[in-house]
Design a protein around this ligand. Structure first.
Ligand code: MN
Length: 738
């Protein structure tokens, strides 16, 4: 179909020059992809013209011209219709009333995804010039993008914006130029797009260092004539030598670009006159072998400079750039650089990922070069089986940094974390205290669980609460070693704090039983005993007593003045329980541990009896494990009270929201529907049933075992009562083990 047909649908009011420019775009696309009717792109052009009709750029041109130029840049890279259409639409969501839904509906989700991606990247703002932050930002940018075409459109957009940056005020010029130098030029480099990268760098340089740029360009200009003469002379000379040797080649001579000279001046701390190799030759030949052969010819003709030979053919750069580099000196002492590469290496060096795509598009089914595949494997991940080459870009998913994820603070700062990191990792990355007191998180404004894996580009807000503490459970899902270490540190110091408290209480109690309050024991004596036990401080001693490492009774006997206890048996016979008078004298609750929820570290419910709030309980210090809390009725504990000094008074302290597992066993007559009746009683009470098991026994009898979560004894008794009252239930008993 003739390209002029587009004018039929072009909106009225669009300047003829723009319509002609659009027609050129169609011709480029049809040249790259013969036989395809650019219907999608025609509609995209009409839509964009309509959306942006009233807008002008700061340079005074119609906005549409920017969109057309961006699309042209991409057409020159050989990209497909989806990319060009998305390029024409890339500013519609951000700058016009058009919505993503509209784009999706009109142009399909692939175009929608590209336009949306470019819009999102466009909202990121980079200000810093710290190298570390720039690297994080670049990684995040690449990781955020699902479709590589988004990056290509963004690079084209940025290239055109840089070319027309003179229209903006100085502040914005500087900001955009900085972002270009720090973010987009390196991204282009990483994707192997040498040509785009060079242009972006030189443009950014001219705005960021206008005076240096000016000086360098002037100096280049003043030498241009001489340089060009020199270049064409050696070019001829080399061409002749190579033909004689039978090496097919194409030679390009060039003067280095301003930014690359500037970097050289900075790096080597020299003046312009001292930079010898301002000029460079590029030899493009057919095979790898001929690259090395050409290098031999060059070194035979001119003397190589020591230490300047680099073999990126055998050892490609990380972006898979390949070439041989060498610097040589003429007999007159003129120095220049030579790059030697094959056509294919050249294409890759200039166009990178686009070169691959073009190659792929043009030679359907052809063998894909091993190196190119390796290069791609490094850069991308196949999203699904590739069907045909036109699908190629849409099947690419950038996975440049698959091990990392990049998220934002609410203030827009980027935090990089390992893959699958959680809001807890994020909180500790912000600050230790934020980590310790975090109780929840909002991800993109939505409440999210603390263990949810964060995704690239999400905005994370940590909810903290003063007085809240880390939980042992967090160790099960955090991904950063920083979070893990901080949590462990906190748990260890908390464990020690509890152990110190427990140890001191045990010691005080035992001392009182011997009628010598701990306070009356001289500090010096305490220190001596500490040394004897290898403890550096009394706290240390308390902690070890709390962990049950030493016998409390022995320590007390050592502390007491000789003769204070006449009869050791007297100690043993004393019940180590406080009398109310002691309690008053020593302050409320001293000597008694409070058992709160399940989250005390050193205080745990004994597995043999699993007491629940409301039941009488007793604490017993278990060696190295802390205080086991038993039911007073527990048979184990009766037998355990054996070393009475290890007993410690405990009582329940209310803690909202804590639930405790308990077992109930119902002896029943085996009737149909009974299990269902019983479970509905439990669920009506609002209990969570952890386990329900029925086992038949002789004579039509059966036992049904439930493990339920209850708040306290009263609730458990209420439920047990309701169960016993059910028709067919013979008896309900509380099981000690769960
Ligand atoms: Mn734009």
């Amino acid at each position: 179909m003739p390209a002029t047909s587009s004018t039929e649908r072009a909106p009225t009011g669009v300047a003829q020059s723009l319509i002609r420019r659009y027609e050129e775009l169609e011709r480029k696309l049809q040249k790259n992809r013969p036989g395809e009717e650019p219907r999608l792109m025609r509609r995209a052009f009409a839509f964009a013209a309509d959306c942006h009709s009233a807008q002008k750029r700061k340079t005074g041109e119609p906005y549409l011209s920017h969109l057309l130029e961006v699309a042209h840049l991409l057409a020159d890279m050989g990209l497909d219709e989806v990319t060009l259409s998305s390029a024409l639409l890339h500013d519609t969501i951000e700058d016009t009333p058009a919505t993503l839904q509209e784009i999706n509906r009109e142009f399909g989700v692939t175009v929608g995804r590209c336009v949306d991606g470019v819009t999102k990247i466009g909202r990121l703002r980079y200000h810093s010039s710290e190298a570390r932050k720039a690297e994080t930002f670049r990684k995040m940018l690449l990781a955020m993008v699902q479709d590589i075409r988004v990056i290509l459109i963004k690079l084209a957009d940025r290239t055109h914006n840089m070319r027309t940056l003179h229209g903006l005020d100085e502040d914005r010029q500087k900001r955009i130029a900085l972002e270009t130098r720090e973010i987009f030029a390196p991204v282009a480099l990483r994707l192997g797009m040498g040509k785009v990268r060079s242009e972006l760098e030189d443009l950014a340089f001219s705005y960021l260092e206008p005076r240096a740029f000016e000086t360098i360009t002037q100096q280049i200009e003043s030498r241009r004539e001489a340089s060009e003469e020199f270049l064409s002379a050696i070019q001829r000379e080399l061409q002749e030598k190579l033909s004689q040797t039978g090496i097919p080649s194409r030679i390009e001579g060039r003067i280095k670009r301003p930014y690359s000279i500037y970097q050289k001046l900075q790096r080597q701390n020299v003046t312009f006159d001292m930079v010898y190799d301002l000029m460079a030759l590029r030899v493009v030949t057919d095979t790898k072998t001929n690259c090395y052969a050409a290098m031999g010819v060059i070194h035979g003709q001119w003397h190589p400079v020591q230490g300047r030979i680099k073999d990126f053919v055998a050892m490609p750069r990380p972006n898979l750039y390949q070439s041989l580099h060498t610097s040589v000196v003429t007999r007159e002492g003129q120095r220049f650089e030579v790059q030697i590469r094959t056509e294919e290496m050249h294409r890759m060096a200039e166009e990178g990922i686009c070169a691959h795509w073009k190659y792929k598009a043009r030679s359907q089914g052809a063998d894909v070069n091993e190196n190119q595949m390796a290069w791609l494997r490094r850069l991308v991940e196949w999203q699904r089986e590739m069907r045909d080459s036109t699908d190629f870009l849409s099947t690419l998913k950038i996975e440049l940094y698959p091990e990392e994820v990049y998220v934002f603070t609410p203030r827009g700062e980027v935090i990089s974390l390992p893959r699958d990191a959680t809001p807890v990792d994020f909180a500790y990355a912000i600050h230790t205290e934020v980590g310790h007191t975090c109780t929840g998180a909002k991800v993109d404004g939505q409440i999210a669980p603390l263990k949810r894996a964060l995704q690239n580009g999400e905005i994370v807000e940590v909810i903290t609460q003063a007085g809240s503490n880390p939980s042992q459970d967090w160790l099960g899902f955090v991904k950063t070693s920083r979070a893990r270490n901080k949590i462990k540190q906190w748990l260890n110091s908390e464990r020690r704090r509890q152990a110190v408290g427990i140890g001191r209480r045990l010691l005080e109690k035992e001392a009182r039983a011997a009628k010598v309050p701990l306070k009356k024991i001289p500090a010096k004596r305490l220190e001596e005993v500490c040394r004897e036990y290898g403890c550096s401080t009394p706290e240390d001693l308390y902690a070890r007593l709390g962990y049950g490492r030493f016998s409390v009774r022995q320590v007390v006997r050592k502390l007491l003045p000789a003769g204070a206890v006449d009869d050791p048996a007297q100690l043993r016979s004393k019940p180590p329980v406080l009398d109310p008078a002691d309690d008053k004298r020593l302050g409320e609750g001293e000597g008694t541990l409070e058992v709160r929820g399940m989250d005390d570290i050193l205080i745990y419910r004994a597995r043999c009896c699993n007491p629940i709030p409301g039941e009488d309980i007793i604490g017993y210090v278990t060696r190295g494990k802390g205080v086991g809390v038993h039911s007073s009725a527990c048979r184990n504990v009766q037998n355990l009270m054996f070393e009475a000094e290890r007993r410690i008074d405990v009582r329940w302290a209310p803690k909202a929201g804590s639930k405790y597992q308990a077992r109930l066993t119902a002896q029943v007559e085996d009737r149909q529907g009974l299990l269902k009746d019983l479970t509905s009683i439990l669920s009506n009470e609002g209990l969570n049933i952890v386990k329900a098991e029925a086992s038949a026994s002789d004579g039509g009898k059966a036992a049904i075992d439930f493990v339920v979560e209850v708040v306290d004894k009263a609730q458990l008794e209420r439920v047990a009562g309701a169960l016993s009252g059910t028709d067919g239930v013979l008896a309900v008993t509380r099981g000690s083990r769960i």
